[in-house]
Design a protein around this ligand. Sequence first.
Ligand code: ZN
Length: 199
Amino acid sequence: MQDLTEGVAQFRRDVYPAKADLFARLATTHRPATLFISCSDARVVPELITQSDPGELFVIRTAGNLVPAHTPGPDGVAASIEYAVTVLGVGEIVVCGHSACGAMTALAERHDLSGAPAIAGWLRHADASVARTSAGAEPPEVDALVRENVRAQLANLATHPSVARALAARSVTLRGWVYDIPAGTVTELDAIRPAVPAA
Ligand code: ZN
């Protein structure tokens, strides 16, 4: 396992000096253009796959890149969405699913989650994703569920008042992506076109 302390030392030694001006600017500036919502999966690294610098992505990561629909009451995901949209004024929101997602696999393959009640409860936020996918296949195929889940979470996102307001004002764009881990590709949904042309 990589030693995190050594990683920090390497950052200070090899990475920080080249970006010292950027970090000095970021000390007093926080103006990300994009809210990026991805799975917590360690293999999905938003800044790496989009080649973004510090300060460019406001990131929310949840198991299965799930975005609970708006409900009254305190909610950490909702608060982060509202902060990104209303306070920071991001112009686009990306919900990024990925291949071989453990959360989507558990749902597609109907894993027994009775010993993991928090996971089981959280994954209920993908009920609509499963319903959308199951219409075509029973049980749903993982890749199809990953795609439909991104679409379902974009729909959930639009129920948040801050997002609804920004959509009405045409000040924000919602985008659905699926990242393929072994291929290193990103496919944009709805348009169903590669975000980056295949080599
Ligand atoms: Zn995942």
